[in-house]
Design a protein around this ligand. Structure first.
Ligand SMILES: NC(=O)c1ccc[n+]([C@@H]2O[C@H](COP(=O)([O-])OP(=O)(O)OC[C@H]3O[C@@H](n4cnc5c(N)ncnc54)[C@H](OP(=O)(O)O)[C@@H]3O)[C@@H](O)[C@H]2O)c1
Length: 334
């Protein structure tokens, strides 16, 4: 089968499409999925560069954390799916290959209205956003959600999920055009952010967010940026606010006022999907099936596909994601 393969860790030009062995026959609750499309993620870029090794048991050099496709084979105890079913889901690696061995507990049925390329833009962004903001962050209807990098794949998913519950949303981006597009998704207040300014004067950002929230601050912050926004996030957090640290695109080290965390009785939670054991990932997937999938089925949510590339164009797709121009998801199709 064909797969996206890392010849050498480094630049996108080190990727190639390589013929590799098909996965083994599925056992017990495993299935083999014939992958039709796979969303690209920042983790793929880090893995390609050699900075984010695949968890044990997943391929070191075959990328891909999410997929949409058809069930090709089933293990003997698979009970929820049959051959030919259209499915999508997350995995810890190897999804950018024609066939993927995975467990049925990590799959969901694709709503009829979605194509494979649309479906491939959903699992990682929506499961991450739903799990961080609602399952762990416990965002409630009368509260405020602040999303850093709101025009990203995960950011737009969080925005849609919050607006589906009519929650007040504030979003940051360094790109004006993305903020304007986010208003069409219902973003209530947007902040054109500048990493240097936020680091120099986090208090000013805090004042702005309090001004927009009747003095309260943001109840939940979905931070997809990390280091350079961290001090500003703490400043803008409400009393008993929940700061959900999900992405570190701006770096890993930050200087901030720990006193604020105490005074605000803040909860600061770091979270990651990829390295969770299958049973824990299955819980996040079950919450997605219960609370998010019905919103796709009745068209309250839509996939955020920015661009689709053929699998042979994977190098261009990586360069495009790294340019920070994408608004929503970049998808590869077989
Ligand atoms: N913890 C988890 O389980 C998990 C799961 C999925 C994703 N993630 C992480 O969440 C983050 C977002 O993922 P995604 O797929 O949604 O990303 P994405 O669609 O590629 O968007 C990322 C956006 O972040 C902004 N950005 C990039 N570098 C920045 C910097 N130095 N300072 C400020 N903003 C910067 C850019 O928007 P602007 O330039 O327009 O602001 C960029 O478009 C990534 O860090 C990813 O690794 C974590």
């Amino acid at each position: 089968m064909k797969a996206v393969y890392i010849k050498e860790f480094g630049a996108a030009e080190n990727l190639e499409i390589r013929e590799i062995e098909n996965p083994p026959a599925p056992q017990n609750s495993q299935v083999v999925v014939r992958v039709k499309a796979s969303g690209l993620n920042r983790a793929d870029i880090l893995q390609r560069r050699g900075f984010y090794p695949a968890p044990k048991g997943y391929p070191e050099r075959i990328l891909g954390l999410e997929f949409a496709g058809e069930i090709a084979e089933t293990g003997e105890s698979v009970s929820n799916f049959k051959i030919g079913d259209r499915v999508f889901g997350i995995t810890a690696g190897g999804a950018q290959a024609e066939f993927l061995l995975t467990d049925e507990s990590l799959l969901a049925k694709i709503p009829e209205s979605l194509s494979f390329t649309e479906a491939a833009a959903v699992p990682e962004a929506f499961i991450t956003a739903h799990d961080a903001v609602f399952s762990q962050g416990n965002l409630r209807e009368n509260e405020t959600l602040l999303i850093h990098a709101v025009g990203s794949g995960v950011g737009l998913a969080a925005l849609q999920l919050a607006k589906a519950r009519d929650i007040y949303t504030i979003g940051t981006s360094r790109t004006l055009d993305k903020l304007e597009k986010c208003r069409e998704f219902g973003l209530d207040f947007s902040v054109l952010s500048d990493s240097d300014a936020l680091q120099k004067s986090p208090q000013q950002f805090g004042e702005l967010i309090r001004f927009k929230t009747a003095g309260k601050g943001a109840d939940v912050i979905l931070d997809l940026v990390g280091a350079s926004y961290f001090a500003a996030s703490l400043e803008s957090l409400a009393l008993k606010g929940r700061l959900m640290l999900v992405g570190l695109t701006s770096g890993r080290s930050a200087e901030f006022n720990l006193g604020l965390a105490l005074a605000k009785r803040a909860k600061i939670t770091g979270t990651v999907l990829r390295s969770r054991p299958t049973a824990e990932k299955a819980e996040a997937n079950a919450a997605f099936i219960r609370e998010v999938l019905p919103l796709f089925e009745n068209n309250k949510l839509k996939p955020n596909v920015d661009r689709v590339f053929n699998i042979e164009e994977v190098r261009t797709a990586h360069d495009y994601m790294e340019s920070n121009e994408s608004f929503g998801k970049v998808v590869l199709k077989f």
